[in-house]
Design a protein around this ligand. Structure first.
Ligand code: NAG
Ligand code: NAG
Length: 316
């Protein structure tokens, strides 16, 4: 649920003041583009097909292997005067169904990444479509983008298209390929090494070595490594990156974890030495090593006292 809300918030951020108000996403009735698109690449003197100039390459095909067969195929739906075409792992386009000489044809999105909710492939994000006339002149032009939801159906078909906010499209694609309850689970699609990493993240969460936020970030990084999500900035056009991703927290998490592990190891080795009666000196650089967490080490700055266990102060 939180992830779903996150998407809505990101969309609102993107649209800025133009799109405030309740966002009953799927319920909203389709608003078709009222005016012929006379800007950008829609040059009426070019034949219609060559007016479609993708802004970038689609991302590589990824996700559940049984869906790869959809790559290279296209599915269309005619709704009012528009024909929508969804080419999984490639693009979404819109074509005005008219014999007018300047009929609109445009790219609504290019395959970007999976939407993963609750560790399940919930939909496909298609971003970096044709630019959209923005209501407020100051802001950067918004590029059209789509969310494609995959639902179980008797045959492969583009079942529904709506425009929940201006230039943001929601598509529903029906396919028998997602009818099995496990067909969209993320975990089974991962290579073993990433499954093990995920197991460790779950364990760390259970052991309270990481916070729920740290857990979300580690999983996000894992999905990026799997190629299911794109790292922010990986594409030269990062449309729905809200700019809120910070690596600092993640670093602190891993830092804490490393610290706990190293402290345990020091303890284990110390008791091993004691057990065998081998004399040993306390670590000289940090006489408080055993008390970290309860008592700050001597000589740390006030910044370090704010939640930082003080690892910077010693040579670990
Ligand atoms: C997430 O999945 C779990 C187990 O499959 C389920 O119990 C839970 O209700 C789901 N949560 C959401 C928000 O879908
Ligand atoms: C959209 O994807 C299809 C299928 O892969 C491809 O044939 C077509 O050229 C693409 N259209 C654009 C405008 O990129």
């Amino acid at each position: 649920m939180a992830a779903r809300l996150g998407c809505v918030v990101q969309v609102l951020l993107l649209l800025g003041p133009a799109a405030r108000g309740p966002a009953p996403a799927r319920a909203a009735k389709m608003k078709v583009v009222e005016e012929p698109n006379t800007f950008g690449l829609n040059n009426p003197f070019l034949p219609q097909t060559s007016r479609l100039q993708p802004k970038r390459e689609p991302s590589p095909v990824s996700g559940p292997a049984h869906l790869f067969r959809l790559s290279g195929k296209c599915f269309s739906l005619v709704e009012s005067t528009y024909k929508y075409e969804f080419c999984p792992f490639h693009n979404v386009t819109q074509h005005e169904q008219t014999f007018r000489w300047n009929a609109y044809s445009g790219i609504l999105g290019i395959w970007h990444e999976w939407e993963i909710i609750n560790n399940t492939f919930a939909g496909m994000w298609m971003s970096d479509g044709d630019s959209c006339r923005s209501r407020s002149r100051q802001s950067k032009p918004l590029l059209r983008f789509c969310q494609v939801e995959l639902t179980c159906g008797k045959s492969n078909q583009l079942a529904h298209v709506s425009e929940p906010s201006t230039c943001v499209y929601a598509l529903t694609f029906e396919t028998p390929l997602v009818c099995h309850p496990h067909s969209l689970l993320v975990y089974p699609t991962l290579p073993e090494v990433l499954q093990q990493r995920w197991d460790q993240v779950e364990q760390d969460l259970a052991d309270e070595l990481i916070t729920p936020q740290g857990y979300e970030k580690l999983l996000r990084a894992l999905f990026e490594d799997a190629g299911y999500l794109r790292a922010p900035g990986e594409s030269h056009l990062t449309q729905h990156d809200g700019g809120s991703k910070s690596l600092g927290f993640e670093t602190l998490e891993s830092c804490r974890k490393a610290h706990v592990e190293l402290s345990d190891e020091v303890q284990r080795l110390t008791s091993l030495l004691d057990q065998h009666g081998i004399p040993h000196a306390q670590p000289t650089e940090n006489p408080h090593a055993k008390h970290l967490g309860q008592q700050p080490p001597i000589g740390v700055t006030s910044e370090q006292l704010r939640g930082d266990p003080g690892l910077r102060g010693n040579s670990l």
